[in-house]
Design a protein around this ligand. Sequence first.
Ligand code: SF4
Length: 318
Amino acid sequence: MTKILELQDVTKVFHIGSMISRLKITAVDHVSFHINSAEIFGLAGESGCGKSTIARMILGFEEPTSGKIIYRGKDGKPVAGKEVWRTAGVQAVFQNPFETFNPLRQVEHYFFEAVHNFRLASSHEEALARIDKALEAVGLSYKEIAGRYPSEFSGGQLQRVSIARSLLTEPSLLIADEPVSMVDASLRMSIMNLFRELIERFGVSVLYITHDLATAYYVCDRIAIMLRGNIVTMGDVEKVLVEPKHPYVELLRQCIPEADPRRRWTTKVQLAESEQEEYLRVGCKFAGRCPYVMERCKREAPRDVYVDGVLVKCFLYE
Ligand code: SF4
């Protein structure tokens, strides 16, 4: 399988506050993973775990403090201040389609603008054909969007329009950051199924970023679970979520609603924080809530080990 994107030991540190009282926050802490061609790779975790920072680094909005982001075998370091490969080959689908588009602008303008910026057509007819093809891929047509403003679409339709716009450049990777969280529950599955169709038709890969394990389970091939900037477990979605090895996933999966009768997890759990600072700095980042915590977990950080092909960062397996 071809690797489309690879993160090698990527760390992102933010410094917040004044020169006198500067706070150092490690949002992403030595993260490594790769995405294969034509697969949906999930990056899941609670709010603030670092997953959106990873998306921003892949899209070139933030620079890693250390480590490498490699796209199609090329290091994504800026070239003359521009992330060359990130302009067309990697496109984003954001959480709220109503924030993606200016409410006072007809959505078709965004399409013509992208065609112009990326020099995708040499005539108006060619541009129209390209736009129609992208819209057709998401079940729409140019006629259906022509002259319409964002408020004239439903959330689900507008997210399809947003996906169509990102397909104009024929990207090999879509970064989809919580793409269905603002869409009606009844339409979520249709957007999820659309990602799968895009893979089958165009061979595009998707990085699906979410806090919702039910949709991740439904759509992803492989998944990484993040906690406080770390990937704590990663592998085939079935093995990671259905046969969880990491205690954090055991806890999380009890929160998954019934997305599919075969995939039923019902008990609700509270994810209240009780970690203490010293654990977070030196030990396992789950030590404050882990039912299996040992003294060692508070003093040192567990290494990556592989259990049945699944990466697990936990002393229970060392
Ligand atoms: Fe729990 Fe220790 Fe494993 Fe962390 S390393 S998940 S605290 S058993």
